[in-house]
Design a protein around this ligand. Structure first.
Ligand code: GDP
Length: 202
């Protein structure tokens, strides 16, 4: 399997081209570990030099980025959509509005969208933005999975349980969510793949 970037879009009138395959969207505030998770998720399945951009400064992803996972015959199999992070500190008001419009436009209109994955940092209390994103996905009828990122950063089991419970309650999640993932240790990556594939087969 390979992965290629189809393109980056930051215009609310222009959606990425249709590949005719199911798509999965990744959302979360900037610096939550979205690019790292995308890279880790695809690293096992994909032989390719294409990588989602991992930023040192928050806000590296400021456009709707579409990646295609394709087979040996270069047939598209699955689309991964890296949506712009929210909670940017450094963007101007106008840029922020454009970024939000592009993401909303994609989420609201994309028939291929099978699953929205919201990333939250396991060490943080979910923000108002996180809750708003969940509510928007719910309203649009998009199936949702929530993952807690950077779980390798917490070594105490008690602390981990406490944070998971906090996130679960703050976001009103079903039991068993969020799923714990780490792009460093690979925790949860197989489970996340299973969730992705189940959503796309449904
Ligand atoms: P994005 O802005 O959401 O795309 O976040 P990035 O993937 O660029 O990651 C932001 C920062 O967090 C980078 O310095 C990453 O190296 C770090 N990071 C991302 N995922 C993990 C993780 O699972 N564990 C640890 N320890 N650090 C991570």
């Amino acid at each position: 399997m390979g992965m290629k970037m189809v393109g980056a879009y930051l215009d609310d009138r222009q959606l990425p081209p249709r590949l005719g395959v199911p798509e999965v969207a990744f959302l979360g505030r900037s610096n939550v570990g979205k690019s790292s998770l995308l890279n880790r998720l695809t690293a096992s399945a994909v032989q390719s030099s294409t990588k989602a951009r991992v930023g040192k400064t928050p806000g590296a992803t400021a456009s709707v980025n579409l990646y295609s996972l394709y087979n040996r015959k270069e047939k598209d199999l699955l689309g991964f959509v890296d949506l712009p992070g929210f909670g940017f500190a450094k963007l101007s008001k106008d840029t922020k509005a454009a970024v939000e419009a592009a993401a909303e436009n994609y989420l609201g209109k994309r028939k291929e969208l099978m699953l929205g994955i919201l990333l939250v940092d396991i060490r943080r209390i979910p923000s108002e933005d996180d809750r708003a994103v969940l509510a928007a996905l719910f309203d649009m009828g998009v199936p949702i999975a929530v993952v807690a990122t950077k779980t390798d950063k917490i070594s105490s089991l008690n602390e981990r349980e406490k944070q998971l419970l906090e996130i679960n309650q703050q976001l009103g999640l079903p039991e068993g969510q969020p799923l714990c993932v780490s792009s460093v240790t690979g925790e949860g990556i197989r489970d996340l793949w299973r969730i992705v594939l189940e959503a796309c087969e449904a």
